[in-house]
Design a protein around this ligand. Structure first.
Ligand code: SAH
Length: 351
């Protein structure tokens, strides 16, 4: 299968049939080959530097009912919380002290956070931390809302497409939600000028190699600046409680393929990956990732922002997370940088 991996590097894309064949037939040697190639491409853009994003999980109220997600509205056992603007700003301040220059505000789709409230929060962060990037991850909104957030000072937006296959999308979501709207949101975000991230879970229920091939082709066509990918992990209070989690092997291989395909894309080694394996983040970086997103949320709410069971790092203060991350990265020859870590265009010079 190494010819297909070489072809992916050279052409930046494969046909659907080729992706499916690669996903189904690759050996562990092929995975190693892909990881080495992915790492050397990442090295050519970022060297041994890893970008840090401080994740602030500011609300776990959600009006949606995605079947895989622990904070879906039907989960009556979830203990709901919201952070105040001042609490969010405090998270940013402690993050800033620790060297974070990107704050990611993530939450459920919480109607309490109207555009007016979001704009006020974004403006305040922008005013106090002019040298930092503000990333939003708050779901599907109207073009008007996205434009207002951008005008208020938000720079980036994460909205995983979840799966690029309509039939699969419908198995993971209630009928009010559509893949069409999700994709329109992503296109709108890009058009407005956000550095935009799509992505999907590895091993989500009903996912087939054909679905994953569609995801890779979708990513290549959208040309996002960021791609978020982690294993699906079941949550006990969801309809998928008894489904198996995505595997380490599959997740690492897909990180490598996305790096080989999209070259300079910003690619995190996610908390979900760290949750399924104690060395998940390190292995993700060695497979081609170049971003980590430690938690800046107050420890008192960490356990409550539970999208899946077993989430790691819920007990550590921000400073402790930061130290732990540095140690982990150093152990594999990498280090974090104090910078916004924006998407860089340009050539894949080493190629
Ligand atoms: N409400 C926002 C943020 C969602 S949470 C939005 O709609 O974009 C961020 C991501 O967590 C989701 O996009 C999803 O891909 C992932 N996620 C949700 N439940 C998960 C689970 N059980 N296992 C792994 N990842 C999950």
């Amino acid at each position: 299968m190494t010819e297909l991996i070489d072809k992916l590097e050279k052409d930046g894309i494969l046909s659907k049939e080729e992706f499916v064949s690669l996903l189904k037939n690759r050996t562990t040697d092929d995975e190693k080959y892909a990881a080495q190639k992915a790492r050397s491409i990442a090295d050519s853009f970022f060297g041994n530097k890893i970008y840090l994003r401080g994740l602030i999980e500011f609300t776990n109220y959600c009006k949606n009912d995605c079947l895989y997600c622990g904070i879906r509205r039907s989960n009556t056992k979830a203990e709901r919380y919201r952070l105040t603007k001042d609490q969010i700003l405090e998270c940013c301040s402690s993050g800033y002290e620790l060297g974070y220059r990107t704050f990611v505000l993530q939450g459920g789709e919480d109607p309490y956070f109207t555009d007016e409230r979001m704009i006020e929060i974004i403006r305040s962060i922008r005013a106090v931390f002019p040298d930092c990037a503000i990333t939003l991850s708050i779901g599907e909104k109207s073009e008007e809302s996205y434009r207002a957030y951008f005008a208020a000072g938000a720079d980036r937006y994460l909205l995983r497409h979840e799966t690029a296959t309509v039939q699969h999308y419908e198995k993971l979501h209630p009928k009010e939600l559509s893949l069409e709207n999700r994709i329109n949101c992503l296109k709108t975000l890009k058009r407005i000028g956000f550095q935009t991230g799509c992505g999907f879970m590895i091993g989500s229920p009903y996912q087939t190699p054909e679905n994953i091939a569609n995801d890779l082709i979708f990513i290549h066509e959208l040309k996002p600046q960021m791609v978020g990918m982690g294993p699906f992990i079941p949550h006990a209070q969801t309809p998928f409680a008894d489904n198996a989690a995505g595997t380490l092997r599959d997740t690492l291989f897909l990180l490598s393929l996305v790096r080989i395909m999209e070259k300079n894309v910003l690619l995190p080694a996610t908390t979900a990956l760290a949750t399924i394996d104690p060395k998940g983040r390190e292995l993700g970086i060695l497979a081609g990732a170049n971003v980590v997103m430690p938690n800046l949320s107050p420890v008192s709410v960490r356990e409550k922002y539970k999208l899946y069971d077993g989430k790691v790092c819920t007990g550590d203060e921000a400073a402790e997370c930061r130290r732990c991350m540095e140690k982990r990265l150093n152990s594999i020859g990498f280090e974090t940088v104090v910078s916004r870590g924006d998407y860089i265009g340009g050539d894949y010079a080493a190629y």
